[in-house]
Design a protein around this ligand. Structure first.
Ligand code: AN7
Length: 364
């Protein structure tokens, strides 16, 4: 006989589990009792205090580790809402253009909802791990001979023409879900940080995050709002330079974006919060990634490390004095791992003598 699920410990555990961001923050989200909730129990990601880097910068620094979301990036917060609303509306299929993480998230949530999913990728510069996710989740993938900006423009037209639901962050439900990261930070700290630092590509996340802090203030959950600091890569810094960039270049492929879709929202978040945009060199991004991995135990993708590089740049210009800062680490390093050739590893004969000689040398 099958065990009765309702009386088993299994059912109890499921009932007590974190339900995902829609159920956790339902009052703040555009869902009703009729909305079919498509969730992978995203959200409730760790807010990890810095061990070393924060003190070095003169900050009380925390990392919001969004890589711990089910598909390994912050995109899942918005995608649970966008795909739930697409299902509610009877959508035929979802579609997005993406530098990789939106694609991986859309593909996973569409698979969960049994909705067809079409992914449009720029032909060069999507990290292999992200492409692997998209394919594994069964999405239909096409690459266009263009960068992300042109791919998004074409995909917007395609969605309108073919009657597909666009789940890029121009879909308003995406930003509604993504604002929950601000709620979680305040729930964990009991206040907003002085500084909220995050990498910026399309500007969706900084727009959403700022909205989240404002809504929590209106609800009486916080008093002082944070300064929003958006970090871009030097070769793809339209919001710092003040104009679109035609051929954006950076090692951080996730934010290789020259024409941010949420330009106004991003500018408004920085302006209204008394924050700013800064740009950092690729070398600084990769150095920050190594410091996070070796010094804090956190492996993130290059775009995410840009946030730390931005903080380091600000600290070099003007020392901090104990402010509370939160860095959003947006995506996992396993999606786009640091290059390492196995042939570069020290290789020894299969004896404990040979092994211990090399290990002692490595530890010296
Ligand atoms: C790891 O997946 O645009 O400023 O198509 O993957 O909200 O665009 C990804 C963006 C930061 C920038 N960090 O966020 C896409 C895409 C990571 C990212 C950003 C992205 P937005």
């Amino acid at each position: 006989m099958m065990p009765d699920d309702s009386s088993s410990g299994h059912a109890l555990t499921a009932a007590m589990a974190w339900p995902g961001v829609i159920e956790a923050y339902r009052d703040f989200l555009p869902v009703t009792a009729a909305t079919p909730v498509v969730t992978l129990q995203e959200g409730r990601t760790p807010l990890i205090p810095s061990k070393r880097l924060g003190a070095r910068l003169g900050l009380r620094l925390f990392f919001k580790f969004e890589a711990a979301n089910p598909t390994g990036s912050f995109k899942d917060r918005g995608m649970t809402v966008a795909v739930s609303k697409a299902l509610e509306a009877g959508s035929r299929a979802v579609v997005c253009a993406s530098t990789g993480n939106t694609a991986a998230s859309a593909a996973a949530y569409a698979a969960r909802a049994s909705l067809p999913c079409v992914i449009v990728l720029p032909a060069d510069g999507v990290a292999a791990g992200k492409l692997g996710q998209v394919v594994a989740h069964g999405a239909r993938v096409v690459a266009v001979e263009a960068g992300f900006d042109a791919a998004l423009a074409a995909t917007r037209e395609l969605a309108a023409r073919a009657g597909l639901t666009l789940v890029n962050s121009v879909n308003p439900y995406r930003l509604e879900g993504q604002k929950t990261v601000a709620f979680e930070i305040v729930d964990a700290l009991g206040r907003a940080p002085d500084l909220l630092v995050l990498p910026v590509g399309n500007g969706g996340n900084i727009t959403a995050c700022w909205r989240g802090f404002q809504e929590y203030r209106q609800a009486g959950r916080l008093t002082a709002l944070p300064q929003m600091v958006g970090v871009q890569a030097e070769g793809a810094a339209p919001l710092v330079d003040g104009h679109p960039v035609t051929s954006p270049r950076t090692v951080a492929t996730a934010i290789r974006i020259g024409r941010p879709a949420s330009w106004e929202g991003a500018v408004e978040a920085a302006r209204a919060s008394g924050g700013r945009f800064v740009k950092v060199a690729d070398d600084a991004i990769l150095a920050a990634r190594r410091e996070l991995a070796a010094g804090e135990g956190l492996l993130v993708e290059p775009a995410s490390a840009a946030a730390l590089a931005g903080l380091q740049l600000l600290a070099a210009a003007r020392p901090f004095s104990g402010e509370v800062a939160v860095c959003i680490l947006t995506g996992h390093g396993l999606k786009d791992p640091p290059p390492l050739a196995p042939s570069l590893l020290p290789t020894v004969a299969r004896t404990v003598e040979a092994l211990s000689t090399v290990v002692e040398r490595l530890l010296a």
